[in-house]
Design a protein around this ligand. Structure first.
Ligand code: BEZ
Length: 341
């Protein structure tokens, strides 16, 4: 917990410094607009995200930085601000909109409360594997969902996946949806995730990541929706006894950019950004896919009971989700029809 307090103070100081840099002395490389004549320009971009440094999203961010630097022959550099150092996801989106940071990895779950079409990604049991979801991001329908975030000075560049969602329980071995009846379960504040847990009979509590450990430890919640990666990096195994590896939803981050900054880059530099991102995203999917068993073993070795709940247990909940969200939006309907097999 001490570490989190430290991050908070550091984050507040960093936010103030970034704000001052953005407003004042012209951090030349990252705040000046570029034109097509500027292909030889130096850029030092800033990217923020909420996960700890051992989470795949941070590793992918570092890979993105390395790719930018090598593909631009040293002209582009990336400073990464992990672990909510710059605040909550809401704060980060605001900073991307204002241009005080250039890029952010923002959960599609959080964005689904601002841009409701992102709910499409949370169709339960929509994708069997991470690779399937990674391929799905290249389709027209996924790109149309991505474009719905635009309009307030931000641009959606791509999706980056972490492991699929699992369920952790403090002290009850939940084996079917009916066992969730009345349990207070943490979800990322996001309407589709809340709906899914309500359909299981649980009481979903929308809590941001930094508040989750203490809430489970003190019994404010009985369990949570999480991924295996963050279960390890945030040490939830210290406070949760049971882990149901349901893999019931995929977990995309949306790579956001400040629109004016991105559109102001030369065509050549935009291509470098896109290609560097693509390399980082593929690296993350390939690496993470190979870690599933290792992560299960690590949690077992840390004292958790790890087990599976068959997807057939959730047939009613899947139908309920598809029905409600297909009715809500033609784009979500198309998304579901494209990927539901
Ligand atoms: C979460 O809010 O559950 C979460 C956010 C980012 C990465 C992993 C988990």
């Amino acid at each position: 917990m001490k570490k989190k307090v430290k991050y908070f103070y550091f984050g507040a100081i960093m936010s103030a410094l970034l704000f001052a840099a953005g407003c004042g002395n012209g951090n030349e490389s990252s705040s000046a607009a570029s034109t097509t004549e500027d292909s030889g320009k130096q850029h030092t971009f800033k990217l923020a995200h909420i996960t700890p440094t051992d989470h795949m999203w941070h590793q992918a961010s570092e890979k993105f930085g390395e790719e930018l630097e090598s593909r631009s022959e040293g002209r582009m550099k990336l400073e990464v601000y992990p672990a909510s150092q710059l605040g909550t996801e809401a704060d980060m989106v605001q900073q991307i909109e204002s241009g005080s940071i250039d890029f952010g990895l923002i959960t599609a779950a959080y964005l689904s409360s601002r841009a409701p079409e992102f709910a499409a990604w949370f169709m339960p049991y929509g994708f069997k594997t991470l690779e399937e979801a990674n391929e799905a991001r290249k389709t027209d329908v996924a790109k149309e969902v991505l474009a719905t975030v635009e309009g307030t000075g931000i641009k959606g560049l791509d999706y980056l996946f972490a492991g699929q969602r699992v369920m952790l329980f403090k002290d009850k071995e939940v084996k079917s949806p009916s066992d969730m009846n009345g349990l207070k379960l943490r979800v990322t504040p996001s309407p589709p995730m809340q709906d899914f847990y309500k359909s299981n009979g649980a009481s979903p509590e929308g809590l941001p990541l930094p508040d989750v450990y203490a809430a489970l430890q003190t019994g404010v919640i009985d369990g949570m929706d999480m991924d295996l990666d963050a279960t390890i990096t945030n040490k939830y195994y210290e406070v949760a006894k049971y882990g149901a590896v349901t893999n019931h939803m995929v977990w995309p981050a949306v790579v956001l950019a400040n629109e004016a900054k991105f559109d102001g880059l030369s065509q050549e530099d935009q291509k470098i950004v896109h290609e560097s991102l693509q390399a980082a995203i593929d690296f993350a999917t390939t690496t993470r896919s190979g870690q599933e068993q290792e992560f299960r073993d690590e949690l077992t070795n840390n004292g958790m009971t790890i087990y599976e709940i068959p997807s057939e247990e959730f047939e009613d909940q899947i139908k309920e989700f598809d029905h409600k969200y297909s009715k809500n939006s033609p784009l979500i309907k198309r998304f579901i029809e494209t990927f539901r097999k």
